[in-house]
Ligand binder design. Sequence first.
Ligand SMILES: Nc1ncnc2c1ncn2[C@@H]1O[C@H](COP(=O)(O)OP(=O)(O)OP(=O)(O)O)[C@@H](O)[C@H]1O
Length: 653
Amino acid sequence: MGDEDWEAEIVKPHVSSYVPVFEKDKFSSGANGDTINRTSASSGMYQELDDGPAQPDHFRRSHFASGRSLGNRGFSNKFEEDDTSGFLKGSNNDCEDNQTQNRGFSRRGGNECDHDDGVQRVGGLFSSKRTAVSGTGNGDPYHSRSGSGRGRDSWKSEAEGEAGDIQGPKVTYIPPPPPEDEDSIFAHYQTGINFDKYDTILVEVSGHDVPPAILTFEEANLCQTLNNNIAKAGYTKLTPVQKYSIPIILAGRDMMACAQTGSGKTAAFLLPILAHMMRDGITASRFKELQEPECIIVAPTRELINQIYLEARKFSYGTCVRAVVIYGGTQLGHSIRQIVQGCNVLCATPGRLMDIISKEKIGLKQVKYLVLDEADRMLDMGFGPEMKKLISCPGMPTKEQRQTLLFSATFPEEIQRLAGEFLKSDYLFVAVGQVGGACRDVQQTVLQVGQYSKREKLVEILQNTGDERTMVFVETKKKADFIATFLCQEKVSTTSIHGDREQREREQALGDFRCGKCPVLVATSVAARGLDIENVQHVINFDLPSTIDEYVHRIGRTGRCGNTGRAISFFDPESDNHLAQALVKVLSDAQQDVPAWLEEIAFSTYVSGFSGSTRGNVFASVDTRKNYPSKSTLNTAGFSSPAPNPVDEESWD
Ligand SMILES: Nc1ncnc2c1ncn2[C@@H]1O[C@H](COP(=O)(O)OP(=O)(O)OP(=O)(O)O)[C@@H](O)[C@H]1O
């Protein structure tokens, strides 16, 4: 590829004739008839290109909109490296408040925040307004750390922004309703050849009075409608996290559960909650003036919460329980209309949830279940402050009065400690496999690739993968556009998803990827967590993330539910050495080959205990609480044959 500099290319690309597959029909009216916002507020964001009749619906984004005619390839610009140049220095953050978040606590996974403010995302337009929550030193763990939050001054002010008063144009996007037919509701993909291997995973439950796990769905004693729905969803056998979590939740206990990516955590919390709601009866109905959901589920990204909603809708099919989803980037009025039609299970992203609460569109008094999916992300610097506000909102039952459930594939120790504030003191901690460990069904390869060779390598790999669905992760929004552009030029059908794209575009991109129209999805970390997309055979870390947690989540987009997958990561020694140690550990724990060169780098950059690295104690494998009994079992053998306790090998100081 030669000596070149991408930042310059991204800022002033010389690309014009490319037709991004993901932008087709971009300017056509949406289902609701609202057209894409082309007002002055989004000026510079989208401009139709006049590229002649062959390409009628071209557009370009603000960062491409330098007003110049774009040349053919033009990937040879050089530029002066600037102190603020994000990705050249391995900066991971893809947030509007990018500059403030690159260190300390907030570096933990999830580079791209999902500000659910509801204002139009106009590439960086609001960055100056999104000043970070500053460290106030008030003893609040979210505020006293170095680095800072994700740029919410307060949820209230952002909620006001939703109305378009200070931050941008009003959002008009109304997502199309999901299909209503039974086949679509219950559409699912097959479990893979390794599904039965889940049985051999070591499970550890710590805490007092642990309810016995179940081995079959029948043992859960769910009602007939739920059982029918489970069968229609194609579930015949419980996954380990379901075996343990379902009885714990049915017993009314709070819990923190950590299980590998793609192993069925969503059903693990949905099924017992729905079972209880049906047993206890529900109070919300469309005839009530104020909707008071019994269950609130929050997740960090819009696409993920939508997916959880679809699961909730599937499992509650044919029952009187009504699930509703609300998330940013969509018309607020639409969210309110969904709620007033009746809302028992409210699936929400944090910003939109706080917005709706501040507008008194829901009451919290009836909340019996609070679920934080991707809980480590929900409690970190980005969303933690909002979650704290949520639990102290007027009317919200105290932790003693509600059941709180935290789920993730990664649970760093410091986050576990923060979680105590949300959970009853006798919560149970379920660890399926090693906390923060990568899914073993993903074959991981790490290649040493310098930044200037990455594109060439990417194309080489994609030429071999053919039409297999591949997610390519990059570190910044600009770069996502840039690489998608590049791949399209290389005749690879590509789309992209990141936080600067409007919600309509994000959903279109995901839809095109899901259905195979665009087999390659270039994404920032906004797509790293939770997304469950059939047939994703490959994940390519074009850029490695800044934290190992994020790596684990990203590669977990493949190899789901017993299926196998491949992850290839480009390791650039110029910027990724800080990850070497953690990568070696993750690879070896997942019984993957560890390249000798990586071991050497890890050795030469060795940091005792990993503290001060990308996360506190990287390989916390257990409940951080002391003096809590824990019991390890291999779940094939039921619950009577304790397996070697991983605690022995881990740092329980
Ligand atoms: N018992 C089961 N039998 C068959 N399929 C299942 C079962 N449980 C879950 N699945 C399917 O497995 C897939 C992954 O589940 P899910 O998305 O809940 O994983 P997850 O553990 O939440 O992953 P992540 O950590 O990435 O969020 C989904 O398609 C889900 O429908």
